[in-house]
Design a protein around this ligand. Sequence first.
Ligand code: F0G
Length: 456
Amino acid sequence: MRETAALMTATLRCFEESCGRPYSILDTRAACAACGNLLDVRYEWPGFDAAAMKQTWAERKMSPDARDQSGVWRFRELLPFLPPEARVVTLREGNTPLLEAPRAAEYAGLEALWLKHQGFNPTGSFKDNGMTTGVSQAAALGRPVVACVSTGNTSASLAAFASCGGLQAVIFIPAGQIAAGKLAQALEYGALTIQVDANFDVTWKLVFRMVEEAGVYLLNSVNPFRIEGQKTIMIEMMEQMLWEPPDWVVLPGGNLGNSSAFGKGLREMLQLGLIPRLPRIAVIQAEGASPLYRLIQRARGDIRKAREMEICPVENPQTLATAIKIGSPASWKKALRELDATSGVCEQVSDQEIADAKAVIGRSGIGCEPASAATLAGIKKLVASGVIRKGERVAGVLTGNLLKDPDYTISYHQGTLTYPSGPQRLPIEPHFGNRPVAVPPDVQQIRRLLERRTRE
Ligand code: F0G
């Protein structure tokens, strides 16, 4: 009953307040026909009972129903856009842990730190939270072919969910610029994999209109139904924190869909009385691919002012954290809205800072891919500059699994990682390196080595 009633109030709307043009929830466009801005899914929730809802969500953890076992659809009352009879395409995504990370906290200069690890998802990244909703919407709309342009994780996730739901995925990736684990996943899950000899931004400009014109359903994070799924990362995290928001939520920013999703989820939870206040959002970009950071700098840190300005794309973005190697982020306006709403900030970090933070997360027994480590590197920098205070409650989001990019990790520990650009290709120093040790097949030598190394 509740789901049917809510569906009737789900609409698409241009996210820009000054426009706000409404569209049917069944519309397939990504941008407003009137002003070109992105769309939001909007709901009305008459008579929402926050306490009762929290109890229902908790009880569902015991249920064998596929939707209840999903860490996304368990919260379906907050994303009631599918018709009640619609099939949900789920790999039991979400359900990711919120880990205490004392070693990482100490590294960052904090008293305590929690890391919400989206790398525990079925394809190893946060994209799964958004793909279950995006692919379910594609299936409900009767769209058999779905596509994305990707730095790797989106394509791996789309490939998996499309195949799981009986749809065909078409993925466009910048040739030679995505991590090996991600490419392997896309191939294994059966996506038509098109490698374009260009970077992400150029590929995006080339194909996104063409794809829509070809009648293919686009599932990049400009798709508002992706955002609906990704906002549940915050809902699940709030439940894990017993609905007591942290002071800060920190995450890496690339195309800026996730920052937009987190802000939307948090604002809706506040509106519905699920949480008493909003945490501040901190978006962390890689130094060589930081158009949002640079825009906010130009506005002297004033987010309101930045919202009235235009972003300058970074022409030739560079970072070893290939997942966030994006110079012209599609969702920058939405992300700025969320920074505005949450008194948020944006910081940038170097490849050296990312590499060391990643190794510290590894030493914590947690591990993550390079882009995810921007979170810890950013927290450290924001603590050092006094923006985040030592005693504040901070939740960092790790967006992808350690196994996504083994080449990077091995190179770091062997001391062969270098900056991606610059005249001398400066080395990245392995401050937390852990070189493998080669030995001959000789028991005496191995014994001596063990004695030496375990005494250190
Ligand atoms: N972290 C990881 C591991 C990612 O894969 C991405 C984005 C981000 C952070 C940034 O999130 O784009 O929402 O700001 N990866 C996209 C992809 C672009 O194609 O897989 P964002």
